[in-house]
Design a protein around this ligand. Structure first.
Ligand code: GLU
Length: 485
């Protein structure tokens, strides 16, 4: 049997993290088993679905690197892959279900159904359809239709129990009187999710349905429809929910929740994929860092747990830092570029013309940040002299030795354009000898003179990346501001 799985988002916006994990597990399962991964756009909710949102889904999947084998734009043997293009198919199957007695036309109006629902709620029982239209004769139906009455199509819960087989939850037997006969096509012709999902999965030869366990309660209805159309149900795998750190369902109030928000906030796709893979899945060797290729090999549905996963924002950030540090510096610069430009530190032209310099700057700070968007804050020291001298820096500059160190430093760099590391280090040694100042008072004086702060990247980098003219300007300005001139 060749494995076929699908990701079936509704196009209502950027992909939410919960759905990223669903897409990822489907993808990894398919890739680890040599199967096919299909993208199906579930756009039957015409009010909420838009083509723009569909584009966002393609963008998000592309950014994440979740390539699919069949889909709306890509085509494939089992298309179309957009549900609004499949209405004829849904209608054809609905007619067949009616012919065979598995479904019937229901003329009950919204008011009638609301009243039934209200009565059930007053009596404290779950609502199920009362069955008023369950046994209309052909003549009655024809007559009501001739009168212009609109009908929905209702599926008959034709047996008392239905078995659902789930890779994660095991076998579950559901009583069908928990939901009764249910609508599959609305009076306006709009088909309902529980129905179309079955027709599509069956016709697209989906072998495994991997999705969030919020759909577990829909599954008995779907399993009944499979039986009615004479198709074997796929293997289900309902993966647990993702919770926020407070163990409530992950939502906006916990922070970023869509792929796009994470991308914009400066997360790398490698970190997203790696972190999301660990939400309810774990490797047998307790390893936590995986590339996509390693995941494709390692991933197994058998190791997906039943319990909900807690989204740990700090851990994702930590992981992001690891991936930032493992990037080739030229690639990291490309990734940081939009953030640098947005911060106003440098424009695209400057960055492109000074790649080597920018890479050296980035290399000197990249161990210190965990989000791409943090880069400008750390790089700032190279682009501007901060307005204020920090308190700690002021303390260092106030040491009795600092003025002598800085005067001498200025003197020794005077005729140069740039310092290289050897020259910088040699100069520092000479100053040490000549002023008998060493350690912190020596190095901090120079650092604080140039950056007005006791923190920041290695001086080996700062002193060699900035031109001597700039070092000189900064030291003089700082000495003046600190009253050392
Ligand atoms: N469109 C449904 C959703 O996004 C698909 C559910 C399913 O995978 O069956 O929740």
């Amino acid at each position: 049997m060749s494995i076929r799985v699908r990701f079936a988002p509704s196009p209502t916006g950027h992909i939410h993290v919960g759905n990223v994990r669903t897409a990822l597990f489907n993808y990894l399962f398919a890739r680890s088993q040599g199967g096919k991964f299909i993208l199906r756009i579930e756009d039957t909710d015409l009010e909420r679905s838009t083509l723009e949102s569909e584009e966002l889904i393609y963008e998000d999947l592309e950014w994440l690197g979740l390539d699919y084998d069949e889909g709306p734009k890509k085509g494939g043997e089992y298309g179309p892959y957009r549900q609004t293009e499949r209405f004829d198919i849904y209608n054809k199957y609905a007619e067949k279900l009616i012919e065979e007695g598995y479904a019937y036309k229901c003329f009950c109006t919204k008011e009638e159904l609301d009243a039934e629902r209200e009565k059930a709620s007053k009596e404290g029982r779950a609502y199920i359809y009362g069955g008023k239209c369950a046994h209309l004769t052909k003549e009655e139906i024809a007559e009501r239709q001739a009168r212009g009455e609109k009908a929905s199509i209702r599926f008959r819960a034709f047996k008392p129990t239905i078995l659902v087989q789930d890779m994660i939850h095991g076998d579950i037997e559901f009583p069908t009187n928990a939901f009764g006969d249910f609508i599959i096509i609305r009076p306006d012709g709009a088909p309902i999710y529980n129905y179309v999902v079955v027709i599509d999965d069956a016709l697209m030869k989906i072998t495994h349905v991997i999705r969030g366990d919020d759909h577990l309660s829909n599954t008995p209805k779907q399993a009944l429809i499979y039986e009615a159309i004479g198709e074997k149900a796929p293997v289900f795998a309902h993966i647990p929910m993702i919770l926020g750190p407070d163990h409530a369902k992950l939502s906006k109030r916990h922070g970023n929740t869509s792929v796009e928000e994470f991308r914009k906030a400066g997360y790398l796709k490698e970190a997203m994929i790696n972190y999301m893979s660990l939400l309810s899945w774990s490797s047998d060797d307790e390893r936590e860092l995986f590339t996509m290729d390693e995941l494709k090999e390692k991933f197994s549905m058998k190791r997906v747990s039943k319990s909900a996963a807690v989204f740990d924002f700090d851990k994702l950030k930590w992981m992001n830092g690891i991936y930032i540090r493992s990037k080739e510096i030229s690639e990291l610069l490309e990734l940081c570029k939009p953030y640098i430009i947005e911060s106003g530190l440098a424009d695209e032209k400057y960055i492109n013309e000074n790649k080597e310099k920018l890479e050296a700057m980035l290399l000197s700070v990249r161990d210190n940040f965990t989000l791409l968007s943090d880069a400008p804050e750390y790089l700032k020291v190279y682009f501007e002299l901060s307005e204020d001298i920090t308190e700690e820096a002021m303390e260092m500059l106030n040491l009795p030795t600092s003025k002598g160190v800085l005067d001498l430093f200025l003197e020794k760099i005077k005729d140069k354009e740039y310092l290289d590391i050897e020259t910088y280090r040699a100069i520092m040694k000479e100053i040490q000898k000549e002023t008998l100042t060493k350690g912190k008072p020596l190095y901090m004086a120079v650092r604080c003179g140039i950056t007005r702060s006791t923190k920041g990247p290695e001086m080996d980098s700062v002193a060699t990346i900035l031109p001597v003219a700039e070092l000189t300007r900064r030291i003089k300005a700082t000495m003046e501001k600190a009253g050392m001139a």
